[in-house]
Design a protein around this ligand. Structure first.
Ligand code: F6R
Length: 244
């Protein structure tokens, strides 16, 4: 628990910096699993600062984003491609060919094969070294909504009504908000060697307490992380306020 999200984001950025640099020393790539949404914005800003002011290079980084709305054009102002470019990728020296984001432009009948290949690509580079997560008000991680199984795979999912309501501000109303998304499955998130979940603010306090302190349940997919060996929930004071 940190005093505020800015300090927390800096601490996480420094852990990621160390990981990237340790991998560089070994001549290895560093595989990051990345989230969108408001929670990691401060983290990405700090990573950009570390690149610009302290020479942190992303040349050995391979990134896999958790999810993308479906359908979604990459150039849309709502796409997670656009979000990642604006928040991080356009400002660092990551190689474009090392960036993976689920493709919101596929035909429906192409999605299953794409999802299989997305997981295979993660496997080919040795798995995710560090996965960054946020948490939905309903306990989702990625877009693994309530009811997602622990062994769920990368797939097309229907978004919860609560998720759509949360997103509707950006889409100017519920009727414009996508109903489906492609998400990395819970099983690949659980396979990551290290998991860091970020949650800020009073509005996340109830679901954080459920995920951390109540029993594991597929109604709260973030609770599956209780079984992960290297996980931290990084919270500000407000998000921790319901913990006993
Ligand atoms: C985003 C994602 C979602 C968000 C979650 C929290 O890629 O996978 O699970 O992390 O909805 O969103 P924010 O951070 O906006 O509260």
């Amino acid at each position: 628990v940190f005093d505020n999200s800015a300090n927390a984001s800096k601490a996480v950025a420094h852990e990621i910096k160390k990981l990237i640099e340790d991998k560089q020393k070994e001549n290895k790539s560093c595989v990051l699993g990345l989230a969108t949404g408001s929670s990691p914005k401060g983290l990405y800003a700090e990573l950009v600062r570390l690149h610009k002011e302290e020479g942190l290079s992303f040349k050995n980084v391979i990134s896999f984003n958790l999810d993308e709305y479906y359908p979604m054009k990459a150039a849309s102002i709502h796409s997670y491609v656009r979000f990642m470019n604006e928040q991080l990728f356009d400002h660092v020296d990551i190689l474009k060919e090392n960036i993976y984001i689920p493709d919101g432009t596929l035909e429906k009948n192409e999605i299953a094969a794409f999802c299989k290949e997305y997981e295979a690509a993660i496997e080919r580079v040795g798995g995710i070294d560090l996965q960054v997560l946020g948490i939905g008000g309903n306990g989702h991680i990625g877009f693994n909504e309530s009811g997602s199984l622990q062994n769920s795979r990368t797939r097309l999912v229907a978004l919860d009504h609560s998720t759509r309501i949360a997103a509707s501000k950006e889409f100017e109303g519920l009727k414009n908000t996508p109903r489906t998304a492609i998400t990395l499955g819970v099983s690949k998130i659980m396979d990551a060697k290290r998991v860091i979940l970020l949650a800020w603010g009073e509005s996340k306090s109830a679901i954080v307490a459920k995920a951390v302190e109540e029993g594991m349940t597929n109604l709260v997919p973030a609770s599956f992380l209780q079984e992960h060996q290297q996980v931290d929930f990084i919270l500000d004071k407000e998000a921790s306020s319901n913990l006993t």
